[in-house]
Design a protein around this ligand. Structure first.
Ligand SMILES: Cc1cc2nc3c(=O)[nH]c(=O)nc-3n(C[C@H](O)[C@H](O)[C@H](O)COP(=O)(O)OP(=O)(O)OC[C@H]3O[C@@H](n4cnc5c(N)ncnc54)[C@H](O)[C@@H]3O)c2cc1C
Length: 467
């Protein structure tokens, strides 16, 4: 387990994973720009398959594939290749850089194409632009990353909070401040309480309170009295609205890694962080229309090729709950990783049906590629493979759905982000995602911000016109 620098990361260990999985970090960026200022910079948008499910679940065309593409077109300033210019943005505030070719990436693309194109029915030998919503599966050599053309990191802070925005009279930032709870007048949110320089302070809102605390929005709601009233009462918090869904249904993407020897030359670009990758269907249900379930990410290391397997459609659901009314106490969070037994079977099938053919092709392309871990022996032995998967399990910090959109019975917020049971309170971050998302989640956070703010602007405009 890594130790995250407390100057930039929230400190919190998860609890209660199944043995022998050690606990994960329930962390994220505690810094200007949040997770986007510390993450791995991968830019992977949700596919239209995910957005169709999102639209269906919310019955709201603002969350449709078309609307998502519109959001990304406005948000991106993409500088790379594409075979679908209509789906990409070239003048938005967020710089997206397509990094250059790598030798290992090219081999991976060829291996994926040979191993899976004929058998798995993948449509193209190489994805020109994996964020083209029309091309779902296949290998790719060039990653798209949140970077400026110089290779410097692009984040929510660098892209959105420029000097002009920061100079706005109606914007006030309070840095080094920790929100402890939302203040209510009856059922109406009227402000937030926060700690700054060791003192408890309050700030009041004229119209609305918008929470965008990512993995911590659900726990701020609980500290504010919105959650399971029985649990809240036990820790001495007065219930404002009883909603047992708050902090539950939490999804994440889980990771395993495959290690091969390699003599591929490293990229000359120090900001080219990855060596290609691939998107594949669910290995247990390899029907291509079901969507991207497996993301392979090539990582360079001298003498090795490390392939991370990122599973994004798993069934296990975790939670993020508060243990006491102390807002600074560690959160009780758990991914409940692999609790759903199908998840472990999915990893097993991925190794056997997807990874083994790719590894064999890599060796054919260049005998310097040799599997180190897990060995073929382990892969062929179900008990040993399951043990390997568990002991090597990691997570992607892609938490979602702790405050999911849904009706009052099943969700926490409505389709516009308004928290059920109270007034003037919105959640706008990845915790509202109502379905399993097949993206790397930073893109989704930007999309949610764009769509919710669009809804708000329309509402305020209508209200002004009415008056
Ligand atoms: C190590 C790591 C690597 C990752 N790599 C990638 C990647 O390569 N590509 C990708 O797409 N995604 C990646 N992710 C995930 C991605 O960064 C997150 O999904 C995304 O940032 C979530 O956005 P959000 O707005 O929901 O939450 P956040 O980005 O976490 O934003 C929430 C903000 O609220 C603040 N906050 C929380 N609680 C409080 C409080 N009580 N008071 C005041 N402020 C508060 C936080 O400090 C933060 O600034 C990674 C994440 C991590 C941690």
């Amino acid at each position: 387990m890594r130790d995250f620098n407390p100057n930039f990361f929230w400190q919190n260990k998860e609890i209660g994973q199944m043995e022998p999985i050690s606990s994960f970090d329930y962390s994220g960026g505690r810094i200007f720009g949040g997770g986007s200022s510390i993450n791995g910079e991968q830019y992977v948008r949700p596919t239209s398959i995910t957005m169709s499910k999102w639209e269906l679940s919310t019955e709201d065309s603002d969350w449709s594939p078309k609307s998502a593409i519109k959001a990304f077109k406005h948000l991106e300033n993409y500088n790379g290749n594409t075979n679908n210019r209509k789906a990409r943005g070239f003048s938005g505030p967020i710089d997206i850089r397509e990094v250059g070719f790598t030798e290992a990436g090219a081999d991976l693309v060829e291996a994926v194409a040979t191993a899976h194109n004929s058998k798995g029915g993948l449509p193209k030998p190489e994805l020109t632009d994996y964020n083209n919503p029309e091309t779902i599966y296949g290998g790719f050599n060039r990653f798209q990353v949140f970077q400026k053309p110089s290779g410097n990191r692009e984040s929510a802070a660098t892209s959105m909070l420029n000097k002009e925005v920061l100079a706005r009279k109606n914007l006030k930032l309070s840095l080094r401040s920790t929100v402890t709870r939302v203040i209510f007048e009856g059922k109406k949110a009227i402000g937030v309480e926060y700690i700054k320089d060791g003192a408890c302070k309050k700030v009041y809102a004229r119209k609305l309170v918008i929470l965008s605390a990512g993995p911590r929005s659900a726990t701020i709601l609980q500290q504010s009295g919105i959650g399971n009233s029985y649990q809240l009462c036990k820790i001495g918090i007065n219930t404002v609205y009883n909603n047992p869904n708050v902090g539950h249904n939490m999804l994440n993407h889980l990771v395993n890694t495959v290690v091969l020897t390699s003599d591929a030359k490293p990229s000359k670009d120090p900001n080219n962080l990855y060596t290609g990758g691939a998107f594949l269907p669910d290995p247990l249900l390899p029907k291509t229309e079901l969507g991207r379930s497996v993301e392979l990410i090539g990582n360079p290391a001298p003498g090795f090729l490390i392939i991370a397997i990122l599973m994004n459609q798993l069934g296990s659901e975790g939670y993020a709950l508060i243990p006491s009314k102390d807002p600074l106490a560690p959160i009780l969070a758990s991914d409940e990783a692999l609790k759903d037994p199908v998840d472990l079977d999915t990893f097993v099938a991925c190794y056997r049906r997807q990874i083994v053919p790719i590894v064999k092709q890599l060796h054919k392309i260049n005998p310097a590629y040799n599997l180190v871990s897990p060995t073929f022996e382990v892969i062929n032995d179900t008990i040993a493979l399951k043990e390997y998967i568990k002991t090597n399990l990691a997570q992607a910090f892609h938490w979602q759905s702790q405050c999911r959109i849904g009706d009052v019975k099943h969700g926490v917020v409505d389709t516009n982000g308004y928290v059920h049971g109270v007034k003037h309170l919105i959640v706008a971050d990845n915790s509202i995602a109502p379905v399993k998302v097949d993206a790397n989640m930073a893109s989704v956070a930007f999309m949610i911000g764009y769509i919710i703010s669009g809804k708000l602007l329309r509402k305020f405009k209508q209200e002004t016109e009415c008056c």
